[in-house]
Write a protein that binds this ligand. Structure first.
Ligand SMILES: [Zn+2]
Length: 312
């Protein structure tokens, strides 16, 4: 069987896909899982709000988008299903959990083993009684250091990945956290070629990026187009990995969006939703201007995310 992305609409052959955005958000609620009405919204309002951004991304050549909001920060499978019906872009949904402070009570009490079983079921059977299968494992470690519960999550993720082949993407601020996390994952038997260091731009030292790449990990720079991120620094980050021979492990995304379920009606129209097109219209031209060829750009924006998220 050929490689597929496991999307909200079902399996999609990666062959023939174009640009894939490995880290974005469509629907998110950052208030924490105990907030009243957490992760709830009228799906039609979400579709109406997000449709222009999805249409613009499609027009820019985006063929698939990975939604990184897990349970605890807004995963809502009904909303994702309605969005998937309303856009030609393939949407990939996560299993997993976000960092310690956002882990729902029911998932705090259990051991790594049953947690892995839950995630494996979401990857192989479906999420919350639907037939919609998760397409990857999203986790996170706290910015100030990995907590015991997050260490449990890492072991559960390694087990679920080894069993299903799903890639693990982890929110990880700074190289010290990334190193410790990769050590834990390797000790749990994970081949780091199934691991994505999310937010690698948070570590300024290129040597640390190269070290993660040398160990096999994907190194994801996901503040493309963000106002707070100097884009020339991000260009240098990418060039350093290309020049060291690790172009095959670079991932680029916006970490943008999203319909904010913490505000009734979402964010106001024309408010602070960020779109998904800066990569195509601004960042790729900036890479080209620095001598990065179309072949490398295709590798980084099409081949790498397809390989990372594929099930074979
Ligand atoms: Zn994100």
């Amino acid at each position: 069987m050929s490689s597929v992305l496991q999307t909200v609409r079902g399996p999609v052959p990666v062959e023939g896909l174009g640009l894939i955005l490995p880290h974005e958000h469509l629907f998110t609620d950052l208030r924490g899982p105990l907030a009243p009405g957490h992760a709830q919204a009228d799906p039609e309002t979400v579709v109406r709000t997000m449709s222009p951004y999805l249409a613009a991304a499609h027009a820019a050549g985006v063929t698939a988008l990975v939604e990184c909001s897990t349970v605890g920060v807004g995963r809502n499978v009904t909303v994702l299903q309605r969005l998937a019906e309303a856009t030609p872009i393939h949407i990939v949904a996560p299993t997993g959990v976000y960092r310690d402070a956002c882990i729902p009570p029911a998932l705090r009490e259990i051991e790594a083993e049953p947690l892995a079983e839950l995630w494996i079921r979401e990857l192989t059977e479906g999420i919350e009684g639907t037939g919609i299968r998760a397409g990857f494992i999203k986790i996170a470690v706290s910015d100030e250091g990995i907590t015991p519960l997050e260490e449990r999550n890492l072991r559960a993720a390694a087990r679920a990945s080894r069993e299903t082949g799903a890639v693990i993407a982890s929110h990880t601020i700074g190289g010290a956290n990334a190193r410790r996390e990769m050590d834990i994952l390797e000790a749990a038997g994970l081949d780091l070629r199934r691991f994505i260091w999310v937010h690698a731009q948070s570590e300024p030292d290129h040597a640390v990026h190269l070290d993660a790449a040398r160990r096999g990990a994907y190194v994801e720079f996901d503040t493309v187009g963000a106002a707070f991120q100097p884009q020339d620094v991000l260009v240098e980050d990418v060039l350093a990995l290309i020049e060291a021979g690790y172009a095959e492990q670079v991932l680029l995304s916006h970490d943008a969006g999203w319909y904010d379920a913490s505000q009734p009606g979402g964010r106001p129209a024309g408010g602070d939703i960020r779109g998904f097109t800066a990569l195509v219209y601004e960042f790729v031209p900036a890479l080209r201007a620095r001598g990065v060829s179309d072949e490398w750009i295709h590798l980084i924006t099409v081949t790498n995310p397809a390989r990372a998220f594929a099930f074979t």
